[in-house]
Ligand binder design. Structure first.
Ligand code: AMP
Ligand code: MG
Length: 412
C-alpha cells in the first residue's frame, strides 16, 4: 500500500498540463475562473499620462515651497482641467490650474496642492501650506511601463486580473480549454435523488458532490450517471468516458468485494494501474490509472464509494491534479495550513488519517474545530458546513487539544 506522499508524487508526475496552442481557445473578458494561456503585454504605460491624485490645484513647486498660513502664496488660476480633458496652457511662474482627480497634469506644473490646503478668491488661489515636491502627481508609467509583461501565462483569471485585462484593452483572451471530467457512479444500490427509495437503496450523492467540485474548479463535468455493478455496462461506460473526457472519476467498485469490477475493467481496456490502495483513512481503496488514448494521456481516478472517502480523496489528490492539468503554473499543489486543534483528534495510528471540521482565524492564530458526530467514512451529514480536513500522521494516535495540526482547506 502506497503512502499518501508516494501516491501524490505518482499522480502529480503523471499529470501533464494542457498545451499551448493546441489546447487553447479565445474567450471574452467576462470569462472568470479561466487559466491564461499566453503572457499579456501592453503597449500602454500605466498611468497613461501624468495625472492628479486629488481634487486641487496644479502648481510649480518652486512657487509654493515657502507657503504657510501666515504668508500664503497667491497664484493666478489660468485653466480648469476636469478628468478626460487635454490641458491647453503651460503653467508659468505665479500661475496655477484648477485640477480634478485623474485629470492630466498641465505642462509647467509639477505638484498638486489639495483643495483643503487652499482658499479660493475668484480667479486667484491662496496656497495655505507648502506641499511636498511632486506631491499628488501620479507619474506616467509609474505603475507599469509599456512592453513589460503585464500578466504571465498559467494564472487563474479572477476579478483583479480581469480588471487589468480590461484596462489594457485586451478583449479577446487566449485561455486553456476547460478540462473535461467524466463522473460516473457505480453500484446496484444507487438511485437518483428524485427516485423513490426501496429497501436497501442509497441515493447517489457522490455524482452531485463531484460535479459541483469539478464545476467550481472551472473544469467541465460530464455527468455519466449511475452504472450498475455489471461488467459489460461498466466496461461500456468507462470505454465511452475515456474517449470523450480528459479525466475520469468513478466512485465505488474499487474495494475487494465481489461486485468491485473497476480494476479488472481498466486492465481489459489497456489502462495502466499505478495505485491500488493508499495508506490513508478514509480513502484506502483509491485506484489511479492512466490510458493512452489517441496520444492523449487520460487520468482515471477510481474513488472509493463511501461519500466521505470519495470527497477526501478528491480534495487530496484529484483537485490538485485537475488544477495542474488545467494549465495552472503555480498554486495547484494542495495548500496545508498550520493550526491549533481545539479538541483532541484521534486515529488508529496505522494510516494517515483525515478528520473534518472548521478552520478559523482567532486572534491571529488558525484554530481547527472538529465537526461533532461520527467521523465514519459513510457519514456525510456532518461534512456539511466544514471547510477543512485535519491530518493525523501515520504512527500518531492522538493529537491533544491545544497542539499543532496540519490542515487542508477544502472550502471557505
Ligand atoms: P463500494 O466502494 O462500491 O463498496 O461502496 C462503498 C459504500 O459507499 C457503499 O455503502 C455504497 O452504498 C456507498 N456508495 C457507493 N457509491 C455511492 C454514491 N455514488 N453515492 C453515495 N454512496 C455511495
Ligand atoms: Mg459498490
Amino acid at each position: 500500500m502506497l503512502s499518501v506522499r508516494d501516491a501524490e508524487t505518482t499522480i502529480f508526475n503523471l499529470t501533464q498540463p494542457l498545451q499551448h496552442p493546441q489546447d487553447t481557445e479565445i474567450v471574452d473578458l467576462l470569462s472568470v475562473n479561466r487559466i491564461l494561456a499566453t503572457p499579456i503585454t501592453s503597449q500602454l504605460d500605466f498611468p497613461h499620462w501624468d495625472n492628479s491624485a486629488m481634487d486641487g490645484y496644479a502648481v510649480r513647486y518652486a512657487d509654493v515651497e515657502s507657503a504657510n498660513h501666515e504668508q500664503p502664496v497667491i497664484l493666478e488660476i489660468v485653466e480648469e482641467i476636469p478628468a478626460g480633458y487635454q490641458p491647453q496652457s503651460t503653467i508659468q511662474s505665479g500661475q496655477a490650474a484648477r485640477i480634478f482627480t485623474g485629470a492630466v497634469m498641465p505642462k509647467g506644473a509639477d505638484t498638486v496642492v489639495m483643495q483643503e490646503e487652499t482658499h479660493r478668491d475668484h480667479n486667484h488661489i491662496q496656497i495655505l501650506s507648502a506641499p511636498k515636491n511632486q506631491e499628488f502627481v501620479r507619474h506616467r508609467g509609474s505603475y507599469y511601463q509599456a512592453g513589460n509583461q503585464l500578466l504571465p501565462a498559467g494564472i487563474r483569471l479572477n476579478a483583479p486580473e480581469i480588471a487589468v485585462l480590461a484596462a489594457a484593452q485586451c478583449v479577446k483572451i487566449s485561455v486553456y480549454r476547460k478540462p473535461k471530467v467524466a463522473i460516473l457512479s457505480t453500484g446496484n444500490e444507487l438511485v437518483r435523488p428524485n427516485q423513490s427509495l426501496q429497501p436497501g437503496q442509497i441515493v447517489d450523492s457522490n455524482q452531485y458532490a463531484l460535479a459541483a467540485l469539478v464545476h467550481q474548479m472551472g473544469a467541465e463535468p460530464l455527468v455519466i450517471g449511475i452504472v450498475p455493478d455489471d461488467k459489460q455496462a461498466l466496461q461500456q461506460a468507462i470505454a465511452d468516458s475515456i474517449t470523450t473526457a480528459d479525466i475520469v472519476l468513478s466512485s465505488g467498485g474499487v474495494s475487494v468485494g465481489e461486485y468491485d469490477y473497476v480494476e479488472q475493467i481498466i486492465t481489459s481496456l489497456q489502462g495502466t494501474i499505478h495505485i491500488r490502495a493508499v495508506a490513508m483513512k478514509p480513502g484506502k481503496p483509491l485506484t489511479f490509472a492512466t490510458f493512452d488514448q489517441d496520444e492523449r494521456n487520460i487520468l482515471y481516478f477510481g474513488l472509493p464509494g463511501n461519500p466521505v472517502s470519495a470527497l477526501v480523496t478528491f480534495w487530496r489528490f484529484v483537485q490538485p491534479a485537475i488544477a495542474k492539468f488545467s494549465g495552472l503554473v503555480d498554486a495547484w499543489q494542495p495548500q496545508f495550513i498550520n493550526a491549533t486543534t481545539t479538541q483532541e483528534l484521534r486515529s488508529a495510528g496505522k494510516r494517515e488519517t483525515y478528520v473534518w471540521g472548521r478552520l478559523s482565524l482567532v486572534d491571529g492564530v488558525y484554530q481547527f474545530q472538529l465537526a461533532g458526530g461520527s467521523h465514519s467514512s459513510g457519514n456525510l451529514i456532518n461534512l456539511a458546513q466544514t471547510n477543512a480536513l485535519a491530518v493525523i500522521p501515520v504512527g500518531e494516535k492522538v493529537i491533544t487539544a491545544g497542539n499543532a495540526v496540519k490542515v487542508l482547506k477544502i472550502g471557505n
